[in-house]
Ligand binder design. Structure first.
Ligand code: ZN
Length: 549
């Protein structure tokens, strides 16, 4: 479990000194030089249809990379990418399952073929998912093994070489000590479940979504895009999302219908048991290999000793590209996800370059590729860092920017994990903002794991994503919360996350000012951020320091 530090405790540590060597007038001037018009100019261009939704390895995606390289150069950043350019090329493998793929459910006397997109989606596609000889299926409840809660869905069943079937979610209770009560834990994530299945020796996994909010038609949009992995990443085995309407088929012959399994779940008496049907799979795929760049530039630190240490400011520039039309619009522009974040990154870089006195440590700006495909650019960077990881003191990731001007509160996603919270609290205090916890309605979105900060954290670098909170001068908390929920449900990852939305550039600039202050204070501080003890990333940090990597 993560050790959570209450904000009350964090506020006490506000008094830790974070130094600004320049006069506050000068500093305020710098903060004020964050430019609304720059952010608007970049966003209007990057989110326009010219870039066709900026998918990795497409004309539009490559064009966006080119634009960013040119802007990095105009701003005057130092190129630290491949061969002294701004580009770090990331080798990727793309694959798209075709409807001629054959997934077959076998019983003694019949074979039933399931249809891709109607009955199932593939989380990962490619040759590694081939299952020529029918394999046994085993139902494993939620598919969770959590020793710290003394909970194991795999305890009574043998799944070695078989395909496991599980439902979404995790045990629910009012006991906060058990799976965090009714809040979701990491165990509820599909990726965690698939990992557990692999670690138990399963040859594949099938997830049946059972949440009330689940919408198969919406998933069709998400799964219509090419599956992309790092070219060198180990292959995953078969990982399937099954339409709950098709689930009955798997339970035939067991004495339980899927309805009855759901009833067991409602009554909190879910159990694991072998299924009578078997499964085979032969995929047909369109595949390709290509390169897509991270764009990387640096502002050198002003202190002779400390400039050899680094703060990374990152924002992903890729989005989904062209997909299933929504109305008559098929371009997924990703204006808020994350053209606006990378526009803010450009303006921050410009503001830092324009400073008369740079902060003591160096700052590296990275426009990351492949975030939407599974944090590929950030994972590649931490596998192939351009400056030593152990000398990289922090990562501030930008993915999404404030929707409403005059926000009165902010949320530091990941701030409960490290002393970056001290810097965040100090920055918040400077702008008279409150630091608040993530609204419970959004816990299910597993925020820390959902964007590139997790890749930096996994490499041991304290990282954080700063978002606006729900307190605002002009709107009630309910209004702000409703707008967030509306975005997540109706606009996120659809073609209407585009420039036709009401975009508040003043809000973006206010957010950018806060980020400028935050990044400056980290880069200028003598002390460096540390993970709190017992967080899962401490060991990675200790290892990179020991190995001087
Ligand atoms: Zn996204």
């Amino acid at each position: 479990m993560f050790r959570t530090i209450s904000y009350l405790v964090c506020f006490v540590s506000l008094f830790q000194r974070i130094s600004f060597p320049q006069t506050s007038d000068y500093f305020q001037q710098a903060v004020n030089s964050v430019q609304v018009q720059n952010i608007r100019r970049h966003l209007q261009f990057l989110a326009s249809d010219i870039f066709e939704g900026r998918a990795v390895g497409t004309t539009g995606g490559n064009l966006a990379a080119k634009y960013l390289g040119i802007e990095f150069s105009k701003i005057g950043l130092i190129p630290i990418g491949d061969e002294n350019t701004f580009y770090q090329y990331v080798p990727m493998h793309g694959s798209k399952a075709l409807s001629s793929s054959k997934m077959i459910i076998h019983s003694a006397d019949e074979e039933i073929q399931l249809n891709l997109n109607d009955d199932y989606f593939l989380y990962r596609t490619g040759q590694q998912t081939y299952i020529p000889i029918p394999l046994e299926l085993v139902f494993v409840g939620y598919g969770i093994n959590a020793p710290e809660f003394d909970y194991n869905d795999y305890q009574s069943v043998d799944v070695e070489g078989k395909v496991v079937v599980y439902i979404s979610g995790e045990p629910q209770s009012d006991n906060p000590e058990f799976f965090d009560g009714n809040n979701p834990t990491v165990y509820s994530y599909p990726t965690s479940k698939a990992k557990i299945a692999v670690s138990r020796g399963a040859a594949g996994s099938i997830l049946i979504p059972v949440s009330e909010n689940f919408n198969w038609e919406k998933q069709k949009l998400e799964f219509s895009f090419e599956d992309v992995t790092l070219a060198y990443s180990p292959s995953n085995n078969l990982s399937v999302l099954l339409n709950p309407n098709t689930a009955d088929l798997l339970f035939e012959g067991t004495g339980y219908s899927f309805e009855e399994v759901l009833e067991m779940n409602n009554q909190k008496r879910l159990k694991s048991f072998p299924l009578e049907r078997q499964l085979s799979f032969k995929g047909e795929f369109l595949q390709r290999d290509f390169l897509s760049p991270n764009i990387i530039g640096m502002v050198e630190g002003s202190d002779e000793a400390l400039k050899e240490s680094y703060v990374i400011v990152s924002a992903h520039y890729d989005h989904l590209g062209i997909g299933i039309p929504f109305g008559n619009d098929s371009i997924y522009n990703g204006a808020l996800d994350n053209a606006i974040g990378v526009s803010v990154l450009l303006d921050l870089a410009n503001t830092f370059v324009q400073l008369e006195n740079a902060p003591k440590r160096s700052i590296i700006f990275i426009a990351l590729t492949g975030e939407e495909k599974g944090l590929l650019g950030s994972t590649y960077y931490t596998d192939h860092p351009l400056v030593p990881l152990y000398k990289t003191v922090a990562n501030i990731n930008i993915d999404g920017i404030a929707l409403f001007r005059d926000f009165k509160s902010i949320v530091g996603i990941g701030s409960e994990l490290s002393t970056l919270s001290n810097y965040l609290n100090a920055a918040a205090a400077n702008f008279s903002l409150q630091v608040e916890d993530i609204p419970p309605q959004f816990k299910q979105f597993e925020a820390f794991n959902r964007s590139d900060q997790i890749a930096f954290a996994s490499a041991g670098i304290p990282s954080m994503l700063v978002l606006e909170g729900i307190k605002n001068k002009n709107y009630s908390e309910e209004e702000v919360l409703d707008a967030f929920i509306d975005y997540m449900i109706n606009r996120y990852h659809t073609p209407i996350d585009d420039l036709n939305q009401n975009i508040d550039y003043t809000a973006a600039a206010q957010h950018a000012q806060l980020l400028f202050y935050l990044c400056y204070s980290i880069a200028n501080s003598e002390s460096i951020p540390d993970w709190y003890v017992d967080t899962p990333y401490v060991n990675a940090r200790l290892r990179s320091i020991a190995e001087r990597k």
